[in-house]
Structures are given as structure tokens and as C-alpha cells.
Design a protein around this ligand. Structure first.
Ligand SMILES: Nc1ncnc2c1ncn2[C@@H]1O[C@H](COP(=O)(O)OP(=O)(O)OP(=O)(O)O)[C@@H](O)[C@H]1O
Ligand SMILES: [Mg+2]
Length: 281
């Protein structure tokens, strides 16, 4: 680790100060999280932060910094190697460490923690409505999910979500025939139908044109304003400054910045991106 990075690593949490003035409900508390995919390389080192309802947190850092790994470990698609991910929910008195869950309990956590992926992960040959309803599968019995049997309530909710994102006219269209921006909106509907308390988005606008980028970012902001905690990996510092209430900067698997986007200085960006800083927009 270089010295500037070491210095920032020691004081990344001035955001706590800001939070003291804006009390919010804690949704997640990540403590000393570590992830290694193999014995030779640790991808995330000693990651600690809290997430609160209504926050829109941008995660930035250069390619390979560990941003996607972080979201995948939070969501449980990749297991944590050490540390805790404490989930706070209204239904439980005590926080629950979701980093050790398996089987059905893990599926339940994944539904509480919606995830949207850069490549959308829709089922190409199924129509839009069914793709959204698939988001309910983790909360549906195996037999019902096998035959794709959904309740009227599920359908009504899927339709309401599609309407909200202006996708209702495409409800019966096959997912494979949609544009990128349309696919991303369907993916958001599929994540939201689970009523998540947390929404994770891995570069949701990476392949979109400016108009669709704005549309998707507007939706994510609206979702956060409804009280869901949104965490989004972004490559554009400009978007982070425009949309996020907080930014977490990751370098070599460590959090080196955690504060309001207005405090992102050129020095911090230089530590985060090195020589790639000139390519930033
Ligand atoms: N399944 C895996 N097995 C082994 N190593 C992995 C795996 N997934 C990621 N890595 C490694 O972990 C490191 C962090 O990768 P990650 O995808 O989290 O980075 P990122 O910050 O999301 O990068 P990008 O901006 O390019 O998406 C990289 O060195 C990568 O090669
Ligand atoms: Mg990534």
C-alpha cells in the first residue's frame, strides 16, 4: 500500500460525523469483512461500514479494486472469508449475521437484499411480466415456482412496478427483444418485487446511453428516497456527485474514503484511480 493510501485508510469514516446530524435507521453493519477467492490473493481486506435506510451510496474505484466482489459478498452470491454482515430488520430484535447463512435462510436474505447486475440477467425467451415475477421465486414454494404459479397479488405488484417504470406496454414482449435501457428497468422491477430493504446495483448504467443512464439513476434515487438503502457501483464520478448521498472509495480491496461526494477531492481521486484519473468523467 502506498503512503497516501495508508493515510486515507486510517481515516475513511468521517461520514459518521455527517450521520450524527441526520439520524437514519441502520439497515446493515459490515464488520471486518474479508474475502479471498484463493490462498494467494485477498480481494477485500477488513471492510467495515454501516448502511442506513434512504441512503444512496456510490462505490467507486479502479477496475479490479473489489467493488463487484463487495456487492456479491453482501448479497451472499459469494461467501465471506471472515468478518460479519449484520442485518437489522423490524421483525427481529437482534441483528442477524447474514454472512454465514446457507440454504433456505440464504435465499431469504437474497430476497431482502435485491441485486441488479450489469448484464441484467433476464431470461431471454420469457416475457417481461414473467421475468419480473421470477423475482418472487425465492418466496414461493418449490412446486409453485416449478410451474411458475404466481398469486394475483404478485401479478398486481409486477404490473404496478412495470407501470411505474413505463414498461407496461412491453409486459408481454420477450426480454431478448428489449433495448438495454428497457432490460435494466425490468431488472429493477424484478429486484423490487421482493420488497428488499437493500438494493445493490453493479454498474447498472455501464452499457446505457445518456438518456437511459439518467432514467435509471433517477429511478434508483427515487427507490432510495422511499427508504430503501441503495448501494451502486459506478465508474462515473460525475454521476456519483449528481446522485449519491454518500460515496465509498475502494482501492486494492480497502475502503479509503467514506464521506459525502462533495468531499471527493482531486487528491482522493488520484489515490483511487492513479494515472487513470485523466480518463474519468
Ligand atoms: N470468481 C473469482 N475468482 C477469483 N478471483 C476473482 C473472482 N472474481 C473476482 N476476482 C478477482 O478479484 C479482484 C476484484 O475483482 P472485482 O470484480 O470485485 O473488481 P471490480 O472493482 O468490480 O472491477 P471492475 O471495475 O473491472 O468491475 C480482481 O483481481 C479479480 O480478478
Ligand atoms: Mg465490477
Amino acid at each position: 500500500m502506498n503512503s497516501a493510501l495508508a493515510e486515507l485508510s486510517e481515516h475513511p469514516n468521517s461520514y459518521q460525523h455527517h450521520l450524527n446530524t441526520v439520524p437514519k435507521q441502520k439497515v446493515l453493519s459490515v464488520r471486518n469483512l474479508r474475502k479471498s477467492y484463493n490462498a494467494h490473493q485477498t480481494v477485500l481486506h477488513d471492510i467495515s461500514f454501516d448502511l442506513h435506510s434512504g441512503e444512496m451510496v456510490g462505490v467507486i474505484g479502479r477496475s479490479g479494486a473489489g467493488k463487484s466482489t463487495l456487492l456479491h459478498v453482501l448479497n451472499g452470491t459469494h461467501s465471506a472469508s471472515a468478518g460479519e454482515i449484520l442485518s437489522f430488520s423490524d421483525d427481529e430484535n437482534e441483528p442477524r449475521d447474514v454472512s454465514r447463512l446457507k440454504g433456505r435462510a440464504l435465499n431469504q436474505w437474497r430476497s431482502q437484499c435485491g441485486m441488479i447486475f450489469q448484464d441484467f440477467c433476464l431470461v431471454p425467451r420469457l416475457d417481461v411480466l414473467t421475468n419480473v415475477l421470477l423475482g418472487r421465486l425465492s418466496q414461493t414454494s418449490t412446486l409453485k415456482s416449478l410451474f411458475k404459479i404466481f398469486t394475483d397479488e404478485d401479478r398486481a405488484k409486477a404490473i404496478a412496478l412495470l407501470e411505474w417504470l413505463n414498461m407496461l406496454p412491453h409486459a408481454l414482449q420477450r426480454a431478448e427483444t428489449l433495448s438495454g435501457g428497457q432490460m435494466q428497468r425490468v431488472a429493477i422491477c424484478r429486484a423490487l418485487i421482493q420488497n428488499p430493504s437493500l438494493l445493490l446495483a453493479d454498474e447498472p448504467v455501464a452499457s446505457l446511453d445518456p438518456k437511459n443512464t439518467q432514467r435509471i439513476m433517477d429511478v434508483l434515487r427515487e427507490v432510495s428516497q422511499q427508504g430503501i438503502s441503495v448501494m451502486v457501483n459506478l465508474h462515473s464520478v460525475e454521476l456519483v456527485k449528481e446522485y449519491c448521498t454518500r460515496v465509498i472509495g475502494v482501492a486494492q480491496g480497502r475502503i479509503i474514503f467514506d464521506d459525502h461526494p462533495s468531499r471527493l477531492t482531486q487528491d482522493v481521486l488520484h489515490v483511487l484511480y492513479g494515472d487513470e484519473i485523466s480518463q474519468l468523467h
